[in-house]
Design a binder for this molecule. Structure first.
Ligand code: URA
Ligand code: SF4
Length: 254
């Protein structure tokens, strides 16, 4: 039996329990649908494609985003909930041209409840500003919304459980471009071609549900490998060109 079938059965079971008035079946239909969609998407060549938001306010109003953030704040869908201080839904413009997606909160983000506010975040801010934007003009989010302990990478089950939130955020934001920061972000959003790591994939356009996606290195990796910054700048210039934006001169920085 496939994992998808197992979840299908589980979903039916929960529905049945609810019909019978069992009050402890608390997983919402939305979440079940998203989870099932995410797991089914894992086995195929296609990236995960289901789970659009049920309700939607006028695009770009931010009301959908607030609702998603509220659900995230109460989420216990994966084990990461038990060690978090604050959830980190992501923040920024409700109608950005560009959405940046990282891996997951670190210690600083877990304390603040905000994405990319530590050292890697400061470098990301410089990257965004070098492109001619402010942090407030873009949206900055992550694959998982709770901090993995000891800064380990999120596990596949955690990424799958959290994916419906990111998908709903993307549906609400409708960015023109998603910049996927590092291998975990790319893996979470698109099917990585076999044998291709981020080093090979970076700089080439991919697609997430019809939205152009640019894979590049994670800023934390750049903090350890400053000589790779030039490649990220190349990728970000490709994004600017694609958006018809002017390419600012780079000032040399450390
Ligand atoms: N690294 C990430 O991937 N995300 C953050 O929010 C901070 C650091
Ligand atoms: Fe829920 Fe995502 Fe946090 Fe897991 S990481 S508890 S799925 S919000």
């Amino acid at each position: 039996m496939s994992l998808g079938q197992v979840l299908d059965d589980l979903s039916k079971y929960v529905e049945l329990q609810m019909d019978e008035g069992t009050s402890s079946a608390k997983v919402s239909e939305d979440v079940m649908g998203g989870l099932k969609g995410a797991v089914e998407g894992q086995g195929s060549q296609e990236p995960v494609t289901e789970a659009a938001p049920k309700t939607s306010d006028s695009p770009g109003s931010g009301a959908d985003l607030e609702r998603i953030a509220l659900e995230i704040s109460e989420c216990k869908l994966c084990q990461l909930h038990s060690s978090r201080t604050k959830t980190v839904p992501g923040q920024g413009s409700p109608s950005p041209e560009i959405m940046f997606v990282g891996e997951g909160p670190g210690a600083d983000e877990d304390k603040a409840g905000l994405a990319f506010v530590g050292r890697a975040g400061q470098l990301l801010t410089r990257m965004i500003e070098a492109m001619g934007y402010t942090r407030e003009e873009v949206f900055i989010g992550n694959i998982v919304k709770c901090r993995p302990p000891e800064n380990r990478a999120p596990e596949p089950a955690e990424m799958i459980a959290c994916m419906p939130y990111l998908k709903r955020q993307i549906a609400a934001l409708q960015p023109r471009v998603i910049v996927a920061l590092g291998a975990t972000a790319v893996k979470g959003l698109v099917e990585m071609p076999k044998g291709m790591g981020i080093t090979k994939l970076r700089g080439t356009w991919m697609s997430f549900e019809g939205i152009d996606l640019m894979p590049t290195f994670h800023p934390a990796y750049l903090l350890r490998n400053a000589n790779m910054k030039k490649y990220v700048w190349e990728d970000l210039k490709t994004v600017l060109h694609h958006l018809g934006r002017p390419i600012p001169e780079v000032k040399k920085r450390g």
